[in-house]
Ligand binder design. Structure first.
Ligand code: NAP
Length: 306
């Protein structure tokens, strides 16, 4: 990679940031299309978020991704918001224009794109069971509603948060039926069996937060089970769902497609999807090798552009 006085700057801010996989496939994309751009991981403590945004602007950054814990807080520093950021209150991408900072949310878009690309699942008219009501769940709920799902059932440990998400979807997408259920509600059996897509958008299943987000009794062959977690590659939720005959997908695909959408916002060009996929795949294989040789499933290659 050549860095010189003309190199344009992009990156990702978060706290912590060491775990991020985004630089690998974002930089691979710049290289593939011959852009003299670079994507950097940047550690930003919550208390320094405002100064960091000001500094990035002063340093002429073209754009950045925003990850935990800044996705909500960053909005107050932005001048314009995309419709999905306005509705969800969550931003993961910023474009530094000459006179304004524009916020986008490509997380939900990445989620829906991965459904279409990886498993040919069209959300239109479908019933969805969503576990979680945090930032990822909000982004996913808004994008699924935009994509025309028929019904959304939300389950969350903190019911008030689920109810807030219910109101948000109801107010913005009145045609989408939204319900909130407690994990032990007996209606869950029928609602789950009528759902085509079941999504874990909580952090349950991460190495630091093991376990299952819901009981597995009613999960079976007719379900597509999606876990937004990509580390570990297969959470216990996906392992058990697969054993019960469900189709499964992990969060690596959401990560990839949200990154592709961000790249396109910054560059104004179609992203080299195949190169980005290959770079992520290689990195994950490398990580798999480091993790005691445990194998990592591949990210499906698709040379098309989005
Ligand atoms: P968040 O805003 O902090 O929300 C966390 C969610 O998990 C909340 O619904 C929370 O419930 C629930 N939760 C956490 N620990 C729990 C426990 N022990 N028992 C029950 N519920 C629990 O975080 P987020 O940004 O939404 O992230 C959630 C997950 O999505 C993380 O694993 C993150 O890495 C992943 N993610 C993946 C991608 C991707 O591209 N694949 C993108 C974004 C996020 P309460 O409301 O009750 O606290």
């Amino acid at each position: 990679m050549k860095i010189d006085g003309k190199t344009k700057l992009t990156g990702i801010i978060g706290y912590p940031i060491e775990h991020t996989l985004s630089p690998v496939f974002q930089n691979a994309a710049f290289k593939k299309v011959g852009l003299n751009w670079v994507y950097l991981p940047l550690l930003v403590r919550p208390i320094q978020l405002g100064s960091a945004i000001k500094g990035l602007k002063a340093l002429n950054f073209v754009g950045i991704n925003v990850t935990m814990p800044h996705k909500r807080e960053v909005i107050k520093y932005l001048d314009e918001l995309s419709p999905t950021v306005r509705i969800s209150g969550v931003a993961n991408t910023i474009l530094f224009k000459k006179n304004s900072l524009v916020g986008y949310n490509t997380d939900g878009q990445g989620f829906v794109e991965s459904l279409k690309r990886n498993v040919k699942f069209s959300p239109r008219g479908k019933n969805v069971l969503l576990i979680g009501a945090g930032g990822a769940a909000k982004s996913i709920a808004v994008s699924l509603a935009l994509a025309g799902i028929k019904r959304l059932v939300i389950i969350n440990r903190t019911p008030e948060r689920a109810q807030r998400l219910q109101r948000l979807i109801h107010d913005n997408f009145p045609r989408c039926i939204v319900k909130v259920l407690a994990a032990n509600d007996e209606k869950i059996v029928s609602l789950q069996s009528e759902s085509q897509l079941i999504v874990n958008a909580t952090s349950i299943g991460m190495l630091s937060n093991p376990g299952l987000p819901i009981g597995m009794e009613n999960i079976g062959r007719k379900h597509l089970v999606y876990d937004v977690i990509y580390e570990p590659t297969e959470t216990q939720f996906l392992i058990d769902a697969k054993k019960r005959g469900a189709k499964t997908l992990n969060g690596a695909y959401m990560l990839l497609y949200q990154g592709i959408a961000s790249w396109q916002i910054w560059t104004g060009q179609s992203a080299p999807v195949a190169a980005m996929t290959a770079a992520l795949e290689a990195q994950r294989r490398l990580k798999g090798a480091k993790n005691n040789g445990k194998s990592q499933p591949t990210v499906r290659k698709n040379p098309d552009r989005i």
